[in-house]
Design a protein around this ligand. Structure first.
Ligand SMILES: [Zn+2]
Length: 278
């Protein structure tokens, strides 16, 4: 199994997003209002997996429309995102980094993708979906879809980015190795588990990929950096700090297992595009 780490644009967000250690009004205000000098640039990663069951893609990054010339374009951002999310993310998608551009450079068409896995519905994870029409499957945990009706998620997850896509909603079931004992065994053999890691959103999935006794864990936005689980500093952006902590403790335990090849976060500033092989 090979896990290719693809950089699909970036965001320029308040430092409280990574290490805010609380979800509260002060952090939320800073995330919207911090001037550029108090912000950090974080990558947006997607993961292309050469898996025994086919070609998988985890998340989709930004769409080209948000950054038509490959530079930060506030007017273009506001055409894709509502004002408060434009202020929060300040996204850029350099030329060649859109997911369809990267797949095309590797000779891969959307219809060659056997399964696109959406970890959750925040726009930095689903905006590129519009460029992947034709993928054989697009899957999302039902819990994430269901809770998108809640006001807090309506504010975070603009429906027009994903509501029209042919998304297959799949269901968490009882599982021993998961923070809340909920996971989805995508192929029925344990080789690709979507593990519910709540806190950032209710329904968010981490993706646990196993092959020959080793595994890679894609932590999605349950953590933004290894420091989150190593020092148990919760990210300052999310929904439920208690659940964030529970998810971080589970990730810390996985990272300490001997079979762990890597734990990869969707926005780790220290991570570089590369291929992890199992
Ligand atoms: Zn994200």
């Amino acid at each position: 199994m090979k896990v290719h780490i693809l950089r699909c644009g970036e965001i320029r967000v308040s430092g409280t997003v990574l290490f805010g250690n609380a979800i509260n009004a002060a952090n939320s205000l800073r995330q919207l209002a911090d001037p550029d000098g108090k912000r950090v640039t974080l990558p947006v990663f997607c993961f292309l997996i050469e898996h025994p069951h086919g070609l998988l893609l985890v998340d989709t990054g930004w769409c080209r429309e948000i950054s038509p010339a490959g530079v930060y374009d506030p007017a273009a951002v506001r055409r894709v995102l509502p004002g408060h999310l434009a202020a929060f993310f300040r996204p850029t998608l350099p030329s060649g980094e859109a997911i369809d551009e990267q797949l095309s450079a590797r000779g891969i068409r959307p219809e060659d993708l056997d399964c696109v896995i959406l970890t959750h519905l925040d726009p930095d994870h689903v905006a590129g979906l519009r460029q992947l029409r034709g993928a054989k499957r697009i899957v999302l945990p039902e819990d994430e879809y269901f809770w998108s009706c809640r006001t807090v998620y309506k504010l975070r997850q603009p429906q027009e980015l994903w509501i029209g896509a042919p998304i297959e909603r799949i269901y968490y079931r009882a599982a021993a190795d998961a923070p809340n004992r909920w996971a989805i065994d995508l192929f029925g053999d344990g080789s690709a588990m979507l593990v519910n890691v709540p806190g950032h959103t209710d329904g968010q999935a981490a993706v646990l990929l196993r092959d020959q006794g080793r595994f890679v864990l894609l932590a999605a936005d349950a953590a933004f950096s290894p420091r989150n689980w190593e020092e148990e500093i919760t990210p300052g952006f999310g929904f439920d700090r208690g659940q964030q902590r529970k998810s971080l403790r589970w990730i810390a335990a996985k990272a300490a297992e001997p079979g762990c090849a890597a734990v990869l976060c969707s926005h780790d500033p220290a991570l570089r595009p590369q291929t992890v092989e199992l």
